[in-house]
Design a protein around this ligand. Sequence first.
Ligand code: SF4
Length: 89
Amino acid sequence: MIPNLDWLADAACAGMDTRAFFSTGRHARAQVNAARRVCAACPVRVQCGQWAIQTGEKWGVWGGMSQRQLRQRRRRFTSRAKTDFREAA
Ligand code: SF4
């Protein structure tokens, strides 16, 4: 199935240098905070975050979430999906 990525057209980061969302080095925290400020005003923040969680994105800021927040949400999502699967079986 081809994923629907139409929401990307409305992204606040459209046209920005994507490196701003993939921080490294000494200024990583400041970079993450700057990226999250862009995300805060993004109309497709929810879709972006869902995409990152569902596709297992491990790096960068997605949906206003840091890598750490993404990992936490992914764990919850995976655990809930397993529970739903068990209950449906
Ligand atoms: S939430 Fe952030 S990373 Fe996602 S599309 Fe919007 S601005 Fe870009």
